[in-house]
Design a protein around this ligand. Structure first.
Ligand code: BEZ
Length: 192
């Protein structure tokens, strides 16, 4: 089900008076930075883990056959590695539209590689949004992803581009790499 969160996000004015804001990217924002940014740095956020638990009806799937994309789910003690972008608050209009299917902006603390910290924002699709699909085994998620495609391209390409970008960042993520391995197994089984 498509749920448009862009209007709710426009009312999120926490950083409106700031010249620039840190935005934490953990999914497509890592490998598809098609928005203006001032600085970019590897960063992490604590007590969240990346999961392919959100349905995509508008980018990597369709309303009839949604794809699976990442969101963050709370997990005490976890660390999610990604990329932080310093952006002008005006850029959120574009991002709110791009990430409108269930994602809300939340204030979070970002931690950089040198252990410095900053307050910033992150888009999260929580479990109460109608497009949330929730947990499944890595094999089932891989099968789901292998069958989905949407206006932004194949769901498999999303997974593979994310895995490559995480490796380039030297980021650990057993969930993403496990699904990538399951996709490779499916391809091998199909002779691809
Ligand atoms: C991200 O890459 O941070 C992101 C993922 C899903 C929706 C919005 C942003």
């Amino acid at each position: 089900m498509i749920v448009d969160t862009s209007a709710a996000n426009r009312r999120m004015c926490h950083f409106d008076q700031h010249e620039s804001v840190w935005l934490f990217g953990y999914g497509s924002l890592i490998f598809k930075a098609d928005f203006p940014w001032l600085k970019r740095r590897p960063a992490s956020i604590l007590h969240w883990q990346r999961r392919f638990w959100q349905g995509s009806h508008d980018h990597r799937g369709t309303p009839e056959q949604p794809g699976r994309v990442v969101t963050l789910v709370p997990q005490r003690g976890a660390r999610c590695d990604g990329l932080a972008y310093l952006i002008s608050p005006a850029v959120f209009e574009q991002l709110d539209f791009r990430e409108k299917n269930g994602y809300h902006r939340f204030v979070t603390e970002l931690q950089f590689a040198d252990n410095s910290r900053a307050e910033g924002l992150v888009y999260i699709a929580t479990k109460d949004n109608p497009a949330f699909l929730g947990p499944a085994s890595e094999a089932d998620i891989a099968l789901h992803i292998s069958r989905a495609t949407g206006p932004s391209g194949h769901n498999v390409d999303y997974l593979l581009e994310l895995a490559t970008a995480l490796r380039e960042l030297d980021a650990q993520d057993t969930h993403v790499f496990g699904i990538e391995a399951a996709i490779e197994s499916l391809r091998a089984a199909n002779g691809a």
